[in-house]
Design a protein. Structure first.
Length: 309
């Protein structure tokens, strides 16, 4: 039996997949809430961060055996429901880490030099050179929250440019990392890079309490992961009140646009439409990984089940 792959539009180069895996049927969809009729045949499902997958969607996929997250984050997937149904989850947490780290470095340099402030003012028709007096990144201490692939990659890339890079202590952190208790970093860091996965315990973890602790240093805050780890409205208020010196948010999805598109005055605010991993080499690596994975676990055309001797 030929395997069928349901793939979210934009997840990979569909034409290349079809050329590389001629014995596999691919069905592309733009909406997991309204699946095409043929989707019920799917034994594999491949998606990136934009699509949501929970029980309601899984009910429409009775033959599904594998879910492939082409990337790392799983907050858009009901992992517990997959486990309950015996569906295997595959993901690649390392391919995009260096690209996201590069975005962190760009953000740190931009916020330190107050480039977003100058740009946002000019877009509003205002010339605010005097408000763009920046600081050298080499004079700033960086705190990294999260020691996963992105956090570690960001730390390595920032280290040559910053005065010091330190991780927030966590029991599962590799022991060789330089780390300090969270309360010390809150009090002393000039830049905070948030690179935590979005889970129940991390949702809104960075809130008014955190902002009160860091206000004396007016730090720069860079969120390299899901923005739901922050109380974004509280951070925007803190930015306007100069309790933080700058804010960078990458994972802005379509539903977040209204949150950051305001008529407020010029801000040292950098927002990007979830482009941290949007680099050609990363997409090529993930496409190759998806192709190899499907080739290794799918059933070739014409293959038959062989009974034991």
């Amino acid at each position: 039996m030929t395997d069928t792959v349901l793939i979210a539009k934009g997840t990979a180069d569909l034409h290349q997949l079809e050329r590389s895996l001629p014995g596999v049927e691919f069905i592309e969809t733009v909406d997991f809430d309204s699946l095409p009729d043929a989707a019920h045949r799917a034994t594999f499902l491949a998606l990136r961060s934009g699509a949501r997958l929970g029980g309601e969607q899984l009910d429409q996929l009775p033959l599904l055996q594998h879910v492939i997250r082409v990337g790392s984050g799983t907050d858009n997937i009901d992992v517990a429901e997959l486990a309950r149904r015996g569906i295997t989850l595959h993901r690649n947490p390392h391919a995009s880490a260096a690209a996201v780290a590069e975005w962190c470095l760009v953000s740190a340099l931009s916020l330190a030099r107050r480039i977003p402030m100058g740009h946002n003012a000019l877009v509003q028709g205002r010339h605010m050179k005097d408000a763009c007096l920046g600081r050298p990144l080499s004079a700033l201490d960086v705190a990294v929250w999260g020691a996963g692939p992105v956090g570690r990659s960001a730390a390595r890339l920032l280290a040559p440019f910053a005065r010091r890079v330190t991780f927030a202590h966590w029991p599962s952190n590799p022991p060789e990392l330089r780390q300090l208790p969270a309360h010390e970093l809150v009090e002393h860091a000039d830049v905070h890079v948030v690179a935590l996965p979005l889970r129940d315990e991390t949702r809104g973890l960075f809130n008014e309490g955190f902002l009160a602790g860091v206000a004396a240093r007016q730090p720069l805050v860079i969120c390299a992961g899901r923005i739901e780890t922050l109380d974004v409205e509280a951070f925007l208020r803190a930015l306007d009140a100069q309790r933080i010196g700058g804010l960078a948010l990458d994972a802005i999805e379509a539903e977040h646009v209204g949150l950051v598109h305001t008529t407020a005055g010029a801000r040292n605010l950098l927002v990007t439409p979830h482009i941290g991993a949007q680099r050609t080499d990363v997409r090529q690596e993930l496409d190759a990984w998806l192709t190899q994975l499907l080739a290794s676990i799918s059933t070739p055309v014409g293959a038959t089940h062989q009974e034991g001797p």
